[in-house]
Design a protein around this ligand. Structure first.
Ligand SMILES: [Zn+2]
Length: 118
């Protein structure tokens, strides 16, 4: 079963190689969805405790990224590179990490399932 939690953070970035408006320094209210796959534990009836997932995401992803200039943390911080960075922050501590979605605005997201890690 898949379990999914949604988070929000606000941050600035500047994409100097982008031909459009993202070339200038600006901010986004990002949404981050983290999905974990695994069996439902017979005793707890859960794949994972939502509070434990929230703690890991806050410590490893939100705390470093919220209200910062992303260029100082992630090389060329497109939504794609934010998703890959977030995966690498979480994968070592989050068994069953299945998918990370980064929404740069409510209608636009990238989905990363660890394709570049294999
Ligand atoms: Zn932007």
């Amino acid at each position: 079963m898949l379990l999914r939690s949604r988070f929000e953070f606000s941050a600035a970035h500047q994409l100097t190689r982008h031909p459009g408006a993202c070339r200038r320094m600006h901010g986004h209210n990002y949404q981050l969805e983290v999905s974990v796959g695994g069996p439902v534990d017979r005793d707890t009836g859960m794949v994972m405790d939502f509070f434990e997932l929230e703690r890991l995401v806050r410590d490893r992803v939100l705390q470093p990224l919220d209200h910062v200039c992303l260029n100082e943390v992630i090389e060329y911080p497109t939504a794609e590179n934010i998703a890959r960075w977030s995966w690498r922050q979480l994968a070592p501590v989050l068994t069953g990490l299945a998918e990370i979605a980064v929404y740069e605005m409510p209608t636009c997201a990238v989905i990363y399932r660890g394709e570049d890690e294999r």
